[in-house]
Design a protein. Sequence first.
Length: 87
Amino acid sequence: IFLRRILPAVGKSHLAPLFRVLFNTVWALGLWSYHQAHWSDPGAVPDRWHRFVRTVGEALPIAPARPEWQPSKATLCKKCQAPRPER
């Protein structure tokens, strides 16, 4: 709507369809990317990590999970209560 009003005012109305197609293409690709990320399987913790946790046992320091990056800290999964590696 903004470009539809501004472009004719500056004598560039022939560019409005191009910008409309460009904007809608970028918007559709962004929406598609979001849905692909949202619906994809996040995977699982590797078996190597489970073997490491069993080997280390109680000596593994587990920090409470927070919605921020926690470098070099294993956290506890809220869903399955299993230790998970650093993200």
